[in-house]
Write a protein that binds this ligand. Structure first.
Ligand code: ZN
Ligand code: ZN
Length: 359
């Protein structure tokens, strides 16, 4: 038995060893990170030590990180803060620079993607019924644990994805949430075998889903903010057969409607132009209140659903599909230190496609 006084020495020795192994990869001691200041609704640049990977984590050098609307909800406090000074970002493309003590799924130098679902408990009812996206004790990237608005990030390797080769870092980043959540939303709507799909809110998720749907032979009807003619022509350029403002009616009743804009008043509008038996799916994590509407809008076995998070199986299916169907993601890149400008551009709806930070 060790005397109590020996234990700190042992811990110190271990710490030194892991410190040495970091130096083997020539890693800096500190990094630039943009952390959330929810009171000021801004990101603040800070220098921090590199994250310590836990046993099943990989330490990643961040190559690109997309800006998702959920990051705005975190920053604005529309999602209740889980941690002070969290580093947002859950569309992380990174290169493995150091594995945790028990990590071995990816090799050093391999490019991996980190999505919103950063961990699950594995034993709640939802995990056990194969619905881990609804886990009672989840760990979300850039919310419960620090995300990719930084030069380095640590992520549990069991929730990371190997990325398809045909996408460079900046163009791969939006696939990790806009693409994945868009894909899950689209798949859930697909249970009724839609031929005509309406997409509401033509941002990062919508532009990816539009291309996927068109590639599968579906007809896409794009709804933008009223008067957003630039967004409407962007949608048409991606293959949408009709594009108009959310205040206009589509030329035909639609089989499914996907709502990506965080605006509750869109829900009754979408229900009004979906056919009997059709589905309206809300793809966002946050939405303003939905106004009261007549039951007749829902009657006729129309369905209204939400999509919550993602399961790892969504990622596997999505990236397998991308081996066959190439999606051209549209991005505007910003330096990491310009994260506030990138966030503002998403807030203003000033982009065609997605904003991506490059550390
Ligand atoms: Zn669980
Ligand atoms: Zn997201």
């Amino acid at each position: 038995m060790l005397a109590p006084g020996h234990r700190p020495q042992f811990a110190e020795h271990q710490a030194q060893e892991s410190h040495t192994s970091y130096h083997a990869f020539m890693l800096p001691a500190t990094m630039l990170a943009m952390q959330a200041d929810t009171a000021a609704r801004r990101l603040v640049p800070v220098r921090r030590p590199l994250p310590e990977p836990a046993a099943r984590d990989v330490l990643l050098r961040v190559l690109a990180c997309g800006v998702c609307r959920t990051d705005l909800h975190v920053l604005d406090g529309e999602l209740p803060p889980h941690r002070d000074g969290v580093v947002p970002g859950h569309e992380v493309v990174g290169e493995v620079v150091a594995p945790g003590a028990a990590a071995g799924r990816f090799r050093i130098g391999q490019r991996v993607g980190v999505p919103w679902l950063g961990g699950t408990c594995g034993h709640c009812d939802y995990c056990r019924m194969g619905r881990e996206n609804l886990c009672d004790l989840p760990a979300f990237t850039g919310y419960d644990r620090d995300g990719g608005y930084a030069q380095y990030a640590a992520a549990d390797e069991r929730y990371c994805f190997a990325l398809p080769a045909g996408y460079d870092d900046a163009h791969a980043a939006p696939l990790l949430c806009a693409g994945l959540i868009g894909f899950r939303t689209w798949r859930i709507a697909g249970r009724t075998a839609p031929r005509r799909i309406g997409i509401w809110g033509f941002g990062a998720a919508a532009h990816i889903v539009c291309e996927l749907a068109v590639a599968q032979g579906q007809e896409v009807f794009a709804f933008t903010r009223p008067g957003d003619t630039r967004g409407q022509s962007f949608a048409r350029s991606l293959g949408a057969s009709w594009a108009g403002g959310s205040d206009s009616a589509p030329p035909a009743l639609l089989d499914a409607q996907l709502i990506f804009a965080p605006s509750g008043p869109l829900v009754p509008l979408a229900l009004a132009s979906v056919r009997k038996g059709g589905t309206v799916v809300c793809g966002g994590i946050h939405m303003s209140p939905i106004p009261a509407f007549e039951y007749s809008l829902l009657w006729g076995e129309r369905e209204l659903k939400s999509v919550a998070n993602l399961a790892r199986e969504d990622g596997e299916a999505f990236f397998a599909l991308l081996e066959r169907v190439h999606i051209q993601t549209h991005v505007r890149t910003f330096a990491l230190a310009q994260a506030n400008e990138a966030v503002q551009a998403v807030r203003d709806g000033a982009l065609d496609g997605a904003a991506v930070l490059i550390p």
